[in-house]
Design a protein around this ligand. Structure first.
Ligand code: K1U
Ligand code: ZN
Length: 171
């Protein structure tokens, strides 16, 4: 297992559309282990493989509260197959945009279809933080960031700030 570097904006890799997983093999299982180690270390409640530079449709998540036992979950090739008309607003953060939090409006409930690590298909309804997090992570698989749901003014400000930070770090 390894803690991997998390890509930060404006890294262009974050804008790639990830490819579907065709085979669940040792390579994929190792990637999932690295994702959990990286996500727990960050710490975060979710991670998409592209955030560690792997453009494959894999998401890890753990929504357990501090005092609860770990609840690690893996979503392979996750797809939203239904979204509610009703919208909900939640504050979101992103490990690829460290220390920036903003409220985002999204469908309040969704139904997500995915494969587990055994290749078994599941379909599950999500609401609350689960709905927010799975939509945020599936966005990552499509090269979309939560700042894309904000006004252009807010988005441009954030991109400018992190571009400046990246330039100084490269000097
Ligand atoms: O995908 C990511 O960048 C991870 C992100 C997931 C997420 C958080 C909130 C709303 C939508 C999606 C994070 O985990 S940011 C860190 C965070 O929210 C957190 C970290 C430690 C404890 C509790 C929350
Ligand atoms: Zn994110």
């Amino acid at each position: 297992m390894a803690i991997r570097d998390i890509l930060v904006i404006p890294d262009k890799t974050l804008r790639l559309v990830s490819r579907k997983v065709e085979t669940i093999d040792d390579g994929l299982r190792k990637l999932v282990e690295d994702m959990f180690e990286t996500m727990y270390d960050a710490p975060g409640i979710g991670l998409a493989a592209i955030q560690i530079g792997e453009p494959v449709r894999v998401v890890t998540m753990d929504l357990a509260k501090k005092d609860e036992e770990k609840q690690p979950r893996v979503f392979i090739n996750p797809e939203i197959v239904w979204s509610s008309e009703e919208k909900g607003v939640h504050e979101e953060g992103c490990l690829s945009i460290p220390e920036y939090y903003e409220e985002v409006e999204r469908p309040a409930q969704v139904k997500v279809k995915y494969l587990d690590l055994a290749g078994k298909e599941h379909a599950e309804e999500a609401d609350g933080l689960f709905a927010t997090c799975i939509q945020h992570e599936i966005d990552h698989l499509n090269g979309v960031l939560f700042i894309d749901h904000l006004s252009k003014l807010k988005r441009d400000r954030v991109i400018k700030k992190y571009t400046k930070i990246a330039k100084h770090a490269a000097e």
